[in-house]
Write a protein that binds this ligand. Structure first.
Ligand SMILES: [Zn+2]
Length: 484
């Protein structure tokens, strides 16, 4: 039974009913409008778009700081390109949207990912070791024909993406890039969006088509299910051989480049931000990505409206000079109604500006995550930026605490089953994440409706027992969870 809240104005469902809460919050906070009736494709409304723009900006800033250059490639990929790398085409083909063929022209695919579009050009651009490393990314929407049930931002047929594609002289440099990609995820998704994730080296039966190995970072959602966030792939020379991406090394000999690719999806990361930080009142946005970091509500009667708006504008100017995102809400609505709307939209701070406050030279500051009110002297408004940093630290700590205790060591099948039912991750000694482990993975999938997510990619862990499923000596420590 769903627990219904009495108020019908805002959210009518509490967060403990996560699935319904999520559907409601993305509508009421004006992230999306599900009345766009096209399975797997969503409309992002201005509030959602402004958050996403901030997420893109922070992510791309970090990509650039680590040597990646931006680019844009076509949305359409000719079939002959798409089919060049055998395992890539095999893996992706069932999920490709094909365009109806135009007479006399190549058959075209809507890109599900852009290796086969970009690498054709890489083979032209790369000639010598002097052209390497080549590190590029593009901001791109990609399209995948999902047959499973879709959910706004979580699983879609079109999603918003950043894809990085790098080429190196040596294998070692490419492995190092994979580790750097994990660090980018940690720095942006965790430190800036306040969303913790676990990087797992995926089992061999579950890696990116065309790659040698894949690392996917999983975020635990409030319902205990894992959502894959940025993944990074070591492509080896699979694509460089298919696309003939060669360079002359320092000895003048021709070699194939070593490649990696990396794919953070801002739209899906937004789903985790909403899910992890939101509460019964709506969204709680990190200060780092909130389109409005502080909203000013002028409180006035019939006579002093202009004066209050004028004073509010002065305050806005002061805050903007500090680089803070501010909005004055001077709509003809009751203050209470405005408070309520901005809380639903997750704005971190609210400043109430009335006659009383101005006289005392102290304004009322409301903080969204704690729900507390305090007085802040007019003279110390510049402090908001610092308060914003503290605010994000609180969100980060809260999200980190949510993960604590969610990983349980299990030695028997029954323990794994129980752990998964409790919405946690089972950590087990596991026979293998190579092909020979598929039998045990099948048991996990069929009997527990869960998945072997892989082995930790940023830490070496030594197994010390038997696989709970086949009783063989374990080769790895693997993590099992339910996923979206
Ligand atoms: Zn086994």
């Amino acid at each position: 039974m769903q627990k219904q809240k009495k108020s019908t104005k805002g959210l009518t469902i509490e967060k403990e009913n996560f699935s319904e809460w999520y559907s409601q919050v993305i509508e009421k906070a004006e992230i999306t409008d599900i009345r766009n009736n096209l399975k797997g494709f969503i409309v992002i409304r201005p509030w959602g778009a402004m958050i996403l723009e901030n997420m893109y900006a922070l992510y791309e800033k970090e990509m650039k700081a680590r040597g990646h250059k931006p680019s844009f490639f076509p949305t359409l990929i000719p079939e002959k390109n798409f089919k060049k790398e055998a395992s890539h085409v095999e893996g992706f083909s069932p999920n490709v949207f094909w365009l109806e063929k135009v007479k006399g022209e190549d058959k075209l695919a809507l890109r599900p990912t852009s290796e086969t579009s970009m690498y054709e050009m890489y083979s032209i651009w790369i000639r010598s070791w002097r052209d390497l490393p080549l590190k590029m990314y593009q901001r791109a929407n990609v399209f995948r024909l999902e047959t499973k049930a879709t959910r706004p931002l979580i699983r879609a047929r079109e999603f918003m993406w950043i894809e990085g594609h790098d080429c190196f002289e040596t294998e070692k440099q490419a492995h190092k890039q994979v580790q750097e990609d994990i660090k980018i995820t940690e720095k942006v998704l965790h430190q800036q969006f306040c969303v913790p994730s676990l990087p797992f080296k995926r089992p061999n039966w579950d890696h990116f088509p065309g790659s040698v190995y894949s690392i996917g970072s999983d975020v635990m959602m409030p319902d205990g299910k894992l959502l894959q966030q940025p993944s990074t792939h070591f492509l080896g020379q699979n694509f460089s051989k298919s696309f003939n991406i060669k360079f002359k090394n320092k000895e003048g000999k021709e070699e194939y480049v070593w490649q990696t690719c990396y794919g953070p999806a801002p739209s899906r990361m937004l789903a985790s931000v909403i899910a992890l930080h939101g509460d019964d009142k709506g969204l709680v946005l990190p200060f780092s990505i909130a389109p409005v970091q502080i909203v000013i509500i002028p409180i006035y009667g019939k006579d002093d409206k202009n004066k209050m708006i004028k004073e509010s504008t002065k305050i806005k100017d002061t805050l903007e000079a500090e680089g803070i995102g501010v909005e004055i809400d001077d709509r003809e609505k009751r203050p209470g109604e405005k408070y309520y709307e901005w809380e639903l939209k997750g704005v971190p701070f609210r400043l109430e500006v009335g006659e009383k406050e101005l006289k005392a030279k102290k304004l009322t500051l409301f903080t969204r995550d704690t729900g507390t009110k305090e007085k802040i002297p007019l003279a110390s408004l510049s402090k908001i930026k610092k308060l914003g940093e503290t605010y994000d630290k609180r969100l980060l700590t809260k999200a980190n605490n949510f993960i604590k205790g969610k990983i349980v060591n299990c030695t028997t099948k029954a323990e794994v089953s129980k752990t998964l039912k409790e919405g946690k991750i089972a950590r087990v000694n596991f026979c293998s994440i190579e092909k020979e482990g598929t039998k045990c993975a099948d048991i996990v999938e069929r009997e527990m409706i869960a998945e072997v997510r892989g082995t930790l990619a940023n830490k070496e862990e030594k197994p010390s027992g038997k696989c709970p499923f086949c009783k063989e000596k374990a080769k790895v420590i693997a993590y099992i969870g339910k996923s979206y």
